[in-house]
Ligand binder design. Structure first.
Ligand code: AMP
Length: 215
């Protein structure tokens, strides 16, 4: 009897950059998520399917068994807590960094030196809180869900903590990166119960992914 394996992915960079790893494991996704409205995508393997979920929901799906495994950014994992998730591989995909950015005319160094309270807007409140606490900088965190770049431009915040890849988004909005908090890449996460119960099918998959990771 074959057991179904469900892999949770988010659309975009993570989906695209996971495809070569799936191919290395002999799996081809049969529909393009950018063209189809389906949330469950079949693959060329009868017992493997892909579910499309929001990036921040991937750890939740895998933790609670809605998916057996998933691919998620280190940023998302830190914010989720990662509790109950087996994290066997850093896939080295969807690489970027989490940084602090301010308006080009904001004197960040002085604000930090003088011990002023910084208003920081971010989706990444855990990462931001830990980072500024370690520096001994007092912050008022403002939780946002999107377009963080807008916060310093409208006076909502002095600084943002956001993902930066090329830096083009910051530049287009006259913001400058003043601190790099951490490098980010995506990891494979696996449901712990599934790892035991579906070991025979999951282990070779994990091994194939491991062998296809690009340095
Ligand atoms: P960039 O203009 O290349 O620096 O990209 C920055 C924008 O893309 C920001 O709004 C980020 O939220 C988003 N971004 C960059 N890299 C990633 C990634 N690996 N995963 C998700 N979003 C990203």
């Amino acid at each position: 009897m074959s057991q179904t394996i469900t892999l949770a992915l988010s659309k975009g960079r993570i989906f695209d950059e996971t495809m070569p790893l799936l191919r290395a494991a002999g799996i081809e996704v049969l529909e393009d998520p950018e063209k189809s409205r389906k949330l469950i995508l079949p693959t060329n393997q009868n017992d493997v399917r892909v579910v499309l979920v929001r990036a921040t929901d991937v750890p939740t799906y895998v933790e609670h068994g809605g998916a057996d495994l998933g691919v998620t950014g280190k940023d998302t994992l830190i914010e989720h807590g990662g509790l109950g998730l087996y994290q066997p591989l850093d896939l080295n995909i969807a690489r970027c960094r989490v940084s602090v950015a301010v308006r080009a005319d904001f004197d960040y160094a002085s604000a930090v030196r003088q011990g002023s309270r910084l208003r920081v807007a971010t989706k990444y409140t855990t990462i931001a809180r830990d980072f500024f606490a370690a520096k001994g900088v007092h912050v008022d965190l403002i939780k946002l869900y999107g377009s963080m770049e807008l916060a310093p431009l409208t006076g909502l915040a002095d600084a943002i903590v956001d993902l930066v890849s090329t830096g083009n988004t910051l530049k287009a909005n006259h913001l400058v990166e003043v601190e790099r908090i951490m490098d980010i890449s995506s990891r494979l996460v696996v449901n712990q119960a599934a790892l035991k119960l579906k070991q025979a099918r999951l282990r070779p998959l994990i091994d194939a992914f491991a062998g296809a990771i690009q340095p």
